[in-house]
Design a protein around this ligand. Structure first.
Ligand code: GLN
Length: 492
């Protein structure tokens, strides 16, 4: 039998329905691959094999009933294993957020995104590694372990959804959930050679996602193909009464039937994203991919996003400001472990001092400073004004084009430890992903080549609010005529 972990989501679902394989077989295949690769990759913080096999057996039972009565509706993902980033609550499974301050937090409820997928029939393999509270671009800021890039074990997988990206790239799961506040789905997808969607802000409920930057956070999906990612995205998306920022806009079914033609697609290329310092092989792979879109019928034209250079300082004021407020709740009283002390303030101080990592403390200090009386207008207030200009850039550009094509990150995956002593160098990896979060627009990253070291290069397509399906159609058309997304890291 072929290796079941090589099946795409779309193919696995078909095989399950036909009865060619059982969910137990499929789940076991992924659990076994996780067992053999985890010692070198460290993609998971928590594994839930017993729960997964119980869910798989339940799915097999329902599949058998359905085969006896195929007119019954079948949950669309019945029996499909997935992995979940450890910042999304799964009921009764520890949720650490990569932090010691939540090392024993067991949520009693599911995040809405997780709940919807469970209702659709998924099997949850475990919780994937993340930078602490999703703050980082390399997954090195996890308090538990460093995840290694399956294409080169000495390199980072990107972050903060690095565990999810590495798991998908190494075929430890067909798809995985991630979150993207400033690039954390797209950048690790790019570094690991997989496909990842950062949806429009307000498209997928944030209920049960542990908050980092509430005006920026979005729940996304990583998978091996645009078609696979689209299926999961569609099932998670939509209005949720538990998150008042979700919009009541119908989620279009994304029918990728293989006959996509891009004749009516206008692709904008922003010169602000091809800056000095970008790795030449990244630039050439992305420009080549834009030519491929053109050869599929798309019309390519330059666009300008003139405030792009301000995205980095604006983001690194707004995100830490929101984080400093969101993380105030971890005080040693309400969640997680407590460092005992006589006075309440000492409990707060000592618990937070001992259990938060260095990057989280840096952000809390930055954010508290930016919000403090006397500085608020100069920093936070000013950043909000410039954010509006960045959003305006996208609105103006989308008057003339349907999507914007750009690199995901200026470089391919860097070496573990390379940026550890230089937070600014780490923040620079985010220059191309932050604008979409500040503007709230969707972005889809997918592989468009490899550099001379054999490391994947990603391109992102950004689109107008709530137009994810346009991104998926373009990426699917691209993946029909290219094979980058079919490559698998060797030697694992
Ligand atoms: N790297 C960015 C940060 O550190 C983005 C992280 C994210 O998207 N969660 O904030």
């Amino acid at each position: 039998m072929p290796d079941l972990t090589d099946l795409t989501l779309v193919d696995a679902l078909q095989a399950l329905r036909r009865g060619d394989i059982s969910s137990r077989q499929l789940t076991r295949a992924f659990l076994e691959r996780i067992d053999s690769l985890e010692p070198s990759l460290h993609a998971f913080i928590t594994l839930t094999p017993e729960k997964a096999l119980a869910q798989a057996d339940e799915a097999d039972h329902r599949l058998r009933l359905w085969r006896g009565d195929p007119d019954q509706p079948l949950p669309p993902l019945l029996g499909l294993p997935i992995a979940v980033k450890d910042v999304l609550c799964v009921a009764d499974v520890r949720c650490t957020c990569g932090s010691r301050i939540l090392e024993n937090f067991i949520p009693p409820f599911n995040a809405t995104a997780v709940e919807r997928l469970l209702r659709a029939g998924v099997v949850i393999l475990g919780k994937t590694n993340t930078d602490e509270f999703a703050m980082g671009s390399s997954t090195e800021n996890s308090a538990y372990q460093v995840t290694h890039n399956p294409w080169d074990l000495e390199r980072v997988p990107g972050g903060s959804s690095g565990g999810s990206a590495a798991a998908v790239a190494a075929h430890m799961a067909p798809v995985a959930l991630g979150t993207d506040t400033g690039g954390s789905v797209r950048q690790p997808a790019s570094y690991c050679g997989v496909t990842g969607i950062k949806p429009t802000y307000g498209r997928v409920s944030r209920y049960g996602l542990v908050a980092y930057g509430s005006s920026l956070d979005s729940v996304g999906v990583l998978g091996r193909t645009a078609a696979d990612v689209a299926v999961v995205f569609t099932l998670m998306a939509g209005h949720d009464p538990l998150d008042s920022t979700t919009m009541d806009i119908p989620v279009a079914e994304i029918a990728l039937n293989g006959t996509e033609n891009l004749t009516n697609l206008r692709v904008g290329v922003p010169e602000e994203y091809f800056i000095q310092g970008i790795q030449p092989e990244v630039e050439s792979a992305v420009r080549e991919a834009i030519h491929t879109l053109e050869s599929l019928g798309a019309k390519v034209e330059p666009v300008s996003l003139p405030h792009t250079e301000y995205a980095l300082p604006v983001y690194y004021l707004i995100a830490p400001a929101e984080a400093s407020a969101n993380l105030a709740r971890y005080d040693g009283i309400r969640y997680g472990p407590r460092v005992p002390a006589k006075a309440m303030w000492d409990i707060f101080r000592q618990t937070r001092g001992a259990k938060f990592g260095a990057e989280v403390k840096r952000r809390i200090m930055l954010g508290t400073y930016a919000l403090s009386a006397g500085y608020y207008d100069a920093y936070y207030g000013q950043a909000q004004k410039v954010r509006t200009l960045i959003k305006g850039d996208f609105e103006a550009a989308f008057k003339g084009v349907d999507v914007i094509a750009a690199p995901v990150a200026p470089t391919t995956a860097f070496r573990i430890g390379e940026h550890s002593d230089d937070p600014l160098a780490m923040y620079l990896e985010d220059v191309f992903t932050l604008p979409a979060n500040l503007a709230g627009v969707p972005g889809l990253a997918f592989p468009v080549g490899f550099d001379s070291r054999g490391l994947p290069v990603g391109m992102q397509l950004m689109g107008p609010h709530f137009r994810e399906e346009v991104l998926f159609r373009a990426a699917h058309a691209y993946q029909r005529v290219t094979t980058w997304h079919e490559r698998k890291p060797e030697g694992l």
